[in-house]
Write a protein that binds this ligand. Structure first.
Ligand code: G6P
Length: 492
């Protein structure tokens, strides 16, 4: 909040994200308020409460329209301190903008999955139209001479330009939560030029890692005539610049640790393990993922299969718990990954399961924050094997919840978090089946003191660079960039 106050200097910012911090749903025919569990919304919410800005988001809750007779609702519902402005989308718009261009073009493209990306012209038109709606709403909600607009993520590749056209002096910033691919991958996108133009309307553009920043600058250098200033990591266009900076996102680590310390967490772990016939001297590995093809779920299950196949002594001794969260299911590639995961789980369980041991426990049940923390805390190891991942917050949640400091993190080197956590996690290549199996064995046989030492270092990192620190780092940098902008210099 100190950084926010210093940068904002009395201005009320407008945050724009696809997902909203509060939604209204029906529950037993009653309308209830939901706080969608998402790291970003949970972290920005307290900041917004202190700076009294406006949050613009898609009104996606089933009952959102019923509750709000206006586009704007004051939130938090029980003690309002800022405004939530809903953008309403009809079904075609949701299909084209969200399920279409955002998640079937930009999502796979950003994860360098060029063969999965499809570029439908009508999706693109929809994406542009919805970006217009959000840009308009953001402009309407902004006030003052130099308002601050902060766009979140790949749903808004065009909106910054649209907002800039209407508000020349605004300070516009954006954070791209996905990886940025190499320039030779990005050029596979037929709309590359317009997207770059949209993003370059930002004064500051943030990515999780330095590598993604470099990829973005490479892309601009390769695909446009603009002047890329490597030294100041900025792109010059006319008398303006876009500064490109890394800000690795964190989690609300303190509240994760708190959740892990609750009775509810402990009770859940006990009921869950005993309910699945896992007794106390057995070891447990855990995986927690949105059911997305970027997470390397099938590869992970293959590595576990290889582990039990080549190390029969661990059959009956190590159980793997996979918590999956259904995601974007209207998209065929997502339905397919769900089916493949279910089939593989059934396969491995049929192959190695016995009357008193089930190798893989698979659940898509919704868990509360405390229950999830209980699962992380109780587990001996956590497997994160993304094929590519902007950051990966599960790796951080696991560490934060490991209050007893006796678990091991097995982490894909292709997850953004491997840069920060790689020294103390066991790094793996997600598609290297024997390599992942070896890492599982190393984790299980690691001496106690080494385990504790590594987990302590992981926890320290995660507690230190948390999501509040992520916000502060951006506001401090934004303040310096705005200062430089006002003096028309590039001293950064
Ligand atoms: C990623 C994106 C977020 C998104 C989340 C969940 O982390 O960066 O913007 O909210 O996935 O996906 P969903 O499509 O359900 O919002």
């Amino acid at each position: 909040t100190e950084a926010a106050a210093s940068f904002l200097d009395g201005r009320s910012p407008v945050v724009i994200s696809n997902r909203q911090p509060y939604s209204h749903e029906y529950e037993d025919e009653e309308v209830v308020v939901n706080r969608p569990a998402g790291g970003l919304t949970a972290a920005l919410d307290p900041v917004m409460q202190t700076v009294e800005g406006t949050w613009v988001a898609w009104g996606s809750g089933e009952a959102d329209r019923v509750v709000a007779d206006d586009d704007v609702v004051p939130v938090p519902p029980d003690d309002p301190s800022y405004d939530l402005r809903r953008v309403w989308l009809d079904e075609d718009q949701v299909d084209g903008y969200y399920y279409g261009y955002s998640n079937q073009a930009l999502w796979p493209l950003s994860h360098s999955d060029t063969t999965r990306a499809t570029y439908s012209q009508s999706d693109w038109e929809c994406y542009r139209q919805v970006n217009e709606l959000f840009a308009e709403a953001a402009v309407e909600e902004s006030d003052g001479e130099t308002p601050v607009l902060w766009f979140q993520d790949y749903h808004f590749g065009l909106a910054p330009r649209m907002a800039r056209d209407r508000l020349d002096d605004a300070f516009i910033m954006q954070f791209w939560h996905l990886p940025w691919p190499g320039w030779d991958v990005f050029r596979a996108c037929p709309q590359a030029d317009e997207l770059l133009d949209g993003l370059l309307a930002n004064d500051m553009l943030g990515f999780h890692t330095e590598a993604y920043c470099q990829h973005f600058l490479d892309t601009v250098a390769a695909l446009t005539d603009l002047d890329v200033d490597r030294e100041s990591r900025s792109v010059r266009h006319g008398d303006r610049r876009t500064y490109v900076r890394p800000f690795g996102i964190g989690i609300d680590a303190a509240s994760q640790a708190e959740a892990a310390a609750t009775e509810e967490a402990e009770e859940f772990w006990e009921t869950f393990t005993s309910g699945h016939g896992i007794d106390e001297d057995q070891r447990v590995a855990v995986g927690v993922d949105r059911l997305d093809y970027t997470k390397g779920l099938v590869e992970r299950l293959e590595a576990l299969e290889h582990f039990w196949e080549t190390r029969p002594e661990w059959r009956g001794e190590l159980t793997y718990v996979q918590k999956g969260a259904e995601s974007r299911s209207r998209i065929p590639a997502y339905r397919k990954i769900q089916e493949r995961v279910e089939a593989k789980v059934a396969d491995v369980n049929a192959r190695f399961g016995t009357t008193d041991w089930q190798p893989i426990v698979y659940t898509t049940e919704m868990l509360s924050e405390e229950e999830l923390a209980g699962l992380y805390r109780g587990a001996d190891l956590c497997l994160v094997t993304s094929l590519r991942d902007g950051m990966n917050l599960v790796s951080k949640e696991f560490a934060a919840a490991q209050l007893d400091e006796d678990g091991v993190l097995v982490l894909s080197e292709l997850a953004g978090s491997s840069g920060e956590l790689g020294e103390d996690a066991l790094l793996v290549h997600p598609s290297d089946t024997p390599g992942v199996a070896d890492a599982i064995e190393s984790a299980l046989t690691m001496p106690d003191d080494e385990r504790a030492e590594r987990m302590r270092a992981l926890r320290e990192q995660v507690l230190d660079a948390d999501v509040f620190d992520w916000i502060a780092r951006q506001f401090w940098t934004a303040e310096r960039i705005e200062g430089a902008r006002n003096q028309q210099e590039s001293t950064l």
